[in-house]
Design a protein around this ligand. Structure first.
Ligand code: UDP
Length: 254
């Protein structure tokens, strides 16, 4: 039997959920929802629901892991068994370990870790419901949770993917687009400096398509950065008032 590939973009250029090529799914960020963590954030992004808790910096008990001149950043990305349609096997799989590692590296490039030698900063990213783009949503929320914990950073990290479906470059793939699309390009940047801290690619993009996809993701990160700042402002400043431009995003004090 010949499989007919489902069309993801209609004749008017609209995707299945009505978005045009350059639109994000709806995003809501809440800073500091957890009482027992040093810092926390909750994000809803399309069908994704993700809670992040941060602990630390705390002294590392395992001496062989200690760095004499800085803190180490340990991210644990976990998907709950009930987060996807087919019950996910409990425990950390290969994919979760890989995502934990790349997100640790992304955040290590942002946190001003030399203020906390021999310590660990733990970031727990718990995916409660997954609908594609969880690493980007998790990284975006993790950075808000770190700011909520008062951990100094060179800026917030905003993250978003772009990709290719039906031969067209689009922003922020949903689950079906991710499953049957041609390429996915997760990007994480520090919007205030433009530094790239995460860049992965699944599938194939030409040079031109790559540039277009990267540009779409980078522009979206600017919008996501605003949502991150608003979430922190709601907790730490009067509603609607944003942190001052020259105030490092991570050094928000209560
Ligand atoms: N997914 C799933 N089962 C799994 C792993 C992933 O159903 O065991 C789904 C989930 O919705 C996830 C999506 O596949 O968001 C895309 O996964 P990918 O590895 O591309 O990471 P993500 O896009 O979430 O960063």
């Amino acid at each position: 039997m010949k499989l007919v590939k489902e069309k993801l973009i209609d004749g008017d250029g609209k995707r299945r959920d009505g978005r045009t090529f350059d639109m994000l799914r709806p995003i809501k960020i809440d800073a500091g929802p957890l009482k027992n963590a040093d810092g926390s954030a909750y994000i809803e992004w399309g069908n994704n629901k993700i809670m992040v808790g941060v602990y630390g910096p705390r002294e590392l008990q395992q001496k062989h892991l200690q760095e004499p001149d800085r803190a180490i950043v340990q991210v644990q990305y976990t998907m709950a068994s009930f987060s996807v349609e087919d019950r996910k096997k409990p425990g950390q799989g290969r994919r979760e370990n890989e995502i934990s590692k790349i997100l640790s590296e992304a955040l290590e490039g942002v946190i001003i870790s030399d203020q906390y030698p021999r310590t660990a900063i733990n970031v727990f990213i718990e995916v409660l419901e997954a609908g594609a783009g969880t690493r980007c949503a998790g990284l975006t929320a993790a950075s808000v949770a770190l700011a909520d914990a008062g951990i100094p950073m060179r800026g917030l990290v905003a993250s978003c993917a772009a990709g290719k479906i039906d031969g067209q470059v689009v922003l922020d793939l949903d689950k079906l687009e991710d499953n049957i699309g041609d390429a996915d390009l997760p990007v994480g940047i520090i919007p205030t400096t433009g530094e790239i801290v995460l860049l992965q690619m699944d599938g194939h993009l030409s040079d031109l398509e790559f540039e277009k996809a990267f540009g779409l993701a980078r522009d979206a990160c600017m919008k996501i950065h605003e949502l991150q700042r608003e979430a922190l402002s709601r907790k730490y400043f009067n509603e609607g008032e944003s942190p001052k431009e020259d105030e490092p995003d991570g050094e928000v004090t209560s």
